[in-house]
Structures are given as C-alpha cells and as structure tokens.
Design a protein around this ligand. Structure first.
Ligand code: CDP
Length: 207
C-alpha cells in the first residue's frame, strides 16, 4: 500500500505524512530531503553537474538524514538549501536519479511518500493520492514559526519557490489525476491525519 502526499511548501506535508506513517505503521519517505541533500552537495561543489552529484550521492533516510555518511539532518533545512533545492530539482538528470532511488525504496512494503511529484511521476499507481494545500499566508506563518524567521521574508521566499516548482519543465508541482484535495488551512495536524487515515482505510479495503 502506498499513500502519496504532494503539495507546496508549508502545506503541512512533512508533519502530516510522518504522523500518518506512524499511525498506519507504514514507512515514511521524505523525497524533499533527497533534493535538499543534492542541493547541499551542489552548494559545496558549484562547478560540478548537479545530476552527477545526485548519481554519486549516498543518501540514507530515517530518524536522521545521512549524506555520504555525514549527518545533515539540520544542515538541509537552512533557507539557502531550500532555495538551492528548488533550483537543482528543475534539472531532469537530478530528477531521474532521485526518482529511480525513490521507486526502488517503495517497491517493497507499505509507504507514506511525500513530495511534489509522487502521485504524478514517482508512483502514479499509488492506491491513495492526496494533494495538500493551504493559503500562502498560512503556509508562510507555519514555516516562519518552525524556523523562528520573519513571516514576510518567508512569504517572499516561498512565492519564489512555488513559482519555480509549478512552472518548471520537468515534473512541475500539480495535483495528480484522481488525487484528493485537502486544504489544511483550518485543520489541526491530528485532524488532517485522521482524514487521510480514513481515506487510506477505504483505499486499502478496495485495493
Ligand atoms: O518542506 P518543503 O515543502 O519546504 O520542501 P521539501 O519537500 O523538502 O522540498 C524542497 C524542494 O525540493 C522543493 O521546493 C522542490 O523544488 C523539490 N522537490 C521536488 O522537486 N520533488 C519532490 N518530490 C520533493 C521536493
């Protein structure tokens, strides 16, 4: 069973997907962390091709994120890495390398996978696809609170990233056909998790 959760920055994907995976006893896949790892490598080696960096990178996902054996769990969340992630994510070679790794991971077992293109590209066959949204202001407020940053600055950075993610040529962010749209603006995390868990139960009983 695979639950695919896509949506823009700050819609609550990571928090909701992690809690949902725990609730269902599934494994959580944070595909954005993989793009962030490639971004970190690319910031350190600006003259190397991002696709070559993506092919070579050893990324281990779990409680902590390990990149070539180094714990980068905090480093990949820095705002400059978010910005660089949305730039390297527009590269077709980077996407091909990371999508291949993601497909290999989800081939066995039960997963909640989260990102921008899980339902559209990585796993269009997912039994349940959810597109999480929230208003830009609400998304920026959440992210600013997480980072301890100024909401107006986060809103501006988020608008740039949203624009890049939705207009890029390769795998632009969009709701997959058949995805359930869930606006988390007025919902608590527990409520969002509850709704998706109910959808997952329904999907697995008809699968
Ligand atoms: O947590 P947040 O939603 O801010 O970002 P993320 O999910 O960690 O993803 C960081 C960046 O990676 C996004 O802005 C996208 O450009 C890219 N990404 C992607 O293109 N495809 C994915 N499946 C996941 C992330």
């Amino acid at each position: 069973m695979l639950v695919a959760i896509d949506g823009p920055a700050g819609a609550g994907k990571s928090t909701v997907a992690r809690a949902l995976a725990q609730r269902l006893g599934y494994t959580y896949l944070d595909s954005g962390a993989m793009y962030r790892c490639v971004a970190l490598l690319s910031l350190d080696a600006p003259n190397d091709r991002p696709a070559a960096l993506a092919q070579k990178a050893r990324i281990e996902l779990g409680e902590r994120i390990l990149l070539d054996g180094r714990d980068v769990s905090e480093a990949i969340r820095a705002p400059e890495v978010s910005e660089a992630a949305s730039r390297v994510a527009a590269d077709a070679g980077v996407r091909a390398a990371l999508v291949a790794s993601q497909r290999a991971l989800i081939a066995a077992g039960d997963w909640v996978a989260e990102g921008r293109d899980i339902g559209t590209v990585v796993a269009p066959e997912a039994e349940l696809k959810v597109f999480l949204t929230a208003s830009p202001e609400q998304r920026a407020r959440r992210r600013a609170a997480e980072l301890g940053a100024d909401p107006q600055t986060v809103l501006a950075e988020q608008a740039l990233r949203d624009e890049r993610d939705t207009t890029r040529e390769h795998s632009p962010l969009a709701a997959a056909p058949g995805a359930v749209l869930l606006d988390t603006s007025g919902l608590t995390v527990a409520e969002a998790v509850e709704r998706i868990a109910a959808l997952a139960r329904a999907a697995s009983s008809t699968a």
